[in-house]
Structure formats: C-alpha cells, structure tokens
Design a protein around this ligand. Structure first.
Ligand code: GAR
Length: 192
C-alpha cells in the first residue's frame, strides 16, 4: 500500500511541486492533499495541475478546532510535509501525528533557525555574517520552530561575490534535488 502524504505550504510551493512530481511515479507514496493558510498561494494552482485536492484554512481553524486533524485522519494521511509553511504547528496536531511531521529549512540548523527565520531573512543573515557555506536541513517538527531531530543536511559553498539571489538559488537547487528523495527514504522505513 502506498503511504499517503499531506503537504502544508504558504507560498510559491516550488518544493511541493517537486514532491508532487516525484510521487506521481513512486511505488512508495502518493500526495493525497495540499493544505495552505494562504488563499493566494501559487501552491493551489500547482495542486490543481496535479489534480490533487487542496484545503485552505485560517488561524481559527488551525489553532482552535480539530477540523484539520479530522481531515488528515479521514484521508488516512501517513506523513505530513511542511514545504515553506510558516506557522507553528499546534500541540494537538503534533500529538495526533507523532514523528510523522517533517519540515524543510533553508539553512544548516541549528544555525539560522527560529521564529522569523524563513525565506530571504535566512539568506540575508547568512550573507551579513559572511558565512563561507550554507545548506538545507530536513528535520522532524516539534513544538519549537526549527528544533526537531535532523533527518538530512546538505551543504553548498558561498563564493566571494555571491549575492542574495545566488545563495537563494543554490539553496533551492539543493532543496529540489533532495526533499522528495528524503521523504521516499522515510516512507520506506515506516511500518505499514
Ligand atoms: C523554502 O526555501 C523552504 O526551505 C523555506 O521556504 C521556502 C519555500 O519555498 N522554509 C522556511 O524558511 C521555513 N522556516 P517554496 O514555496 O518555493 O517551496
């Protein structure tokens, strides 16, 4: 039986796209649902292109009801993937899916993580500190931003003269090359 993945995204959803592409051709898993807190998110168009159902929610639904947990359970979701999702996951959802929620972060955690550290903010801080390398982290999600157990990291070099766009591009290339593969490895390890 294929494992069922739900992806949460708030923005463009380029990582969600790569995961949807990968699992269209996988024997191990399938993307069963896209969720977003942003009705304007381009991830909704991407979900539509793959004919994957999507659910838009607001703060009230996410933090003050169990509707999303019910939806995920009804769809028999095995793994929750945060792909550019910027809200802290509530304890009720963590408890309902223990060790079943993962996130991708555009830096080498534990450096450059925590509240407010997302997207360009991360890369700007890395450049301001004149770091010589950066990378990506895929990790389990816990009750704190960017602090759960690390599953995978990969690195790239920051060359003299690399600007924000270049650092962002290098990071995104690594994310797109690794995220779906790491998810697939996790699914293979999960008991049926
Ligand atoms: C990705 O770079 C992801 O690592 C980052 O948001 C971007 C989403 O891009 N996530 C965080 O910063 C979480 N703290 P995408 O919408 O194109 O996939």
């Amino acid at each position: 039986m294929k494992k069922r993945i739900a992806i949460f995204a708030s923005g463009s959803g380029s990582n969600a796209q790569k995961v949807m592409e990968h699992f269209k051709r996988s024997a191990d898993g399938e993307v069963a649902l896209i969720l977003t807190n942003n009705a304007e998110s381009y991830v909704l168009q991407r979900a539509d292109n793959f004919e994957i159902p999507a659910h838009v929610f607001d703060r009230h639904e996410f933090y003050e009801t169990d509707d999303i947990i019910r939806l995920l359970k009804n769809l028999q979701i095995d793994l929750i993937v945060l792909a550019g999702f910027l809200w802290l996951v509530p304890e009720s959802l963590l408890k309902a899916f223990p060790n079943k929620i993962i996130n991708i972060h555009p830096a080498l955690l534990p450096k450059y993580g925590g509240k407010g550290m997302y997207g360009d903010n991360v890369h700007k801080a890395i450049l301001a500190n004149k770091e010589e390398e950066s990378g990506i982290t895929i990790h389990f999600v816990n009750e704190h931003f960017d602090e759960g157990e690390i599953i995978h990291q990969s690195k790239f070099k920051i060359e003299p003269g690399d600007d924000l766009e270049m650092v962002k591009f290098k990071g995104q290339q690594l994310e797109h090359a690794n995220f779906a593969k790491v998810i697939e490895q996790l699914l293979k390890k999960m008991k049926s």
